[in-house]
Design a protein around this ligand. Sequence first.
Ligand SMILES: CC(C)(COP(=O)(O)OP(=O)(O)OC[C@H]1O[C@@H](n2cnc3c(N)ncnc32)[C@H](O)[C@@H]1OP(=O)(O)O)[C@@H](O)C(=O)NCCC(=O)NCCS
Length: 180
Amino acid sequence: MCHKLRNKFLTKWYGFKGKNIRFRFHLDIHRGQDISVGDDVFIDDYAEFYVVGGKLEIGNRVVIGKMNRIGCQNHIIIEDDVIMAPHVHITDRDHEFRDINTSILKQGMRFKGPTIIGRETWIGMFAQVMAGVKVGKHCVIGAGCIVTKDIPDYCVVVGNPAKIIRKYDEIKSEWVKVND
Ligand SMILES: CC(C)(COP(=O)(O)OP(=O)(O)OC[C@H]1O[C@@H](n2cnc3c(N)ncnc32)[C@H](O)[C@@H]1OP(=O)(O)O)[C@@H](O)C(=O)NCCC(=O)NCCS
């Protein structure tokens, strides 16, 4: 089957509304009915959308990198023009663990609100965005970051836990270094 036909077929199969969605191979997409995908989205090899009871919203022109895992049980929003490098993980859930008399397996999940990736953000390789985190507009998430707290618009973050190292100064109209 030629690529265009296959893309059309898979778009319909998953029930996505977007136009010109391009799919690579070996995808693992659960519960397409709880996933919305916009126009011109690219979904690379081995991407996994593990959506179990939540809602995953992917905007227009988003790049879902190779081996990305999006684990959604509450609400994840990936806004327009987000780029995700290979091996990125985004989640909106944790296992509840606080009752020491019950196994973690039996305690169910806990949620901290939606996880949001703001428009035009670029997420580097092997980065992870944790439950309930809101990443602002046009941010850079460095390779290997673990993002545990909200990030304002126009910031570069690196490390585990991710810290802001650079941000856009609107008065100077340039990116400036941020020191701890
Ligand atoms: C974050 C990044 C964009 C660089 O941003 P930058 O603003 O130019 O940062 P700099 O290179 O000036 O580095 C600033 C500091 O952050 C550190 N740093 C940069 N990237 C880092 C990372 N990913 N993890 C930890 N520290 C990092 C640098 O060592 C430097 O530290 P210092 O001030 O102690 O010397 C880049 O390093 C990165 O991680 N890119 C992702 C690459 C990738 O995943 N590509 C896949 C293609 S889609």
